[in-house]
Design a protein around this ligand. Sequence first.
Ligand code: CO
Length: 211
Amino acid sequence: MLDDLKQRNRDWADGKVAADPGFFKRLVGQQAPEYFWIGCSDSRVPANEIVGLDPGEMFVHRNVANLAPPQDANYLSVLQFAVDVLKVKHILVVGHYGCGGIAAAIDGKRRGLVDHWLHPIREVHRQNRAELEALPEGRPRLDRLCELNVEYQVRNVAADVFVQDAWARGQPLAVHGWVYSLQNGHVTDLDVTVAGPEDAREDGVPLKPRR
Ligand code: CO
């Protein structure tokens, strides 16, 4: 079963060792990534590959539509480990244009459990209805909602107690918002970086979850 994948695994591992004989030995000792990626589960958005990082270089959490919900125990556990134990220096919230989760959140169809999961996106949509409805229907509107969702998730992460406590003890930590294009493989920095509690946005939006 799945022999092709097993063979690919061996080829990949052999290739790593051929290029760097100590590669796996070093990683067994410890992981010390500087980056924590919060991205979408979409198979077209493979975290490490997009930014050219090897195993050991980036801690990763992925879910449908790259959400950072303040009540989600899975996400919070990963966040706490990243901040308190690994002491990552950068948290990257990475959305992507053409996200099926974003589209599904607002198309009005019933899908079951995932409708609950996607609820925060409907909130983002509701709170930004005027801006979104000024855009042409379809792609432009959905693309902007992808960006707004990233902004809101950045704010969620920045407002989290683990992150706030890290800043209070002087730990260097920045939260960034990026969006990835399936069209050309490029990431765009949305310029919503929060590197400390003083980094409220220019428009004065407080750093607390807007839910
Ligand atoms: Co997606």
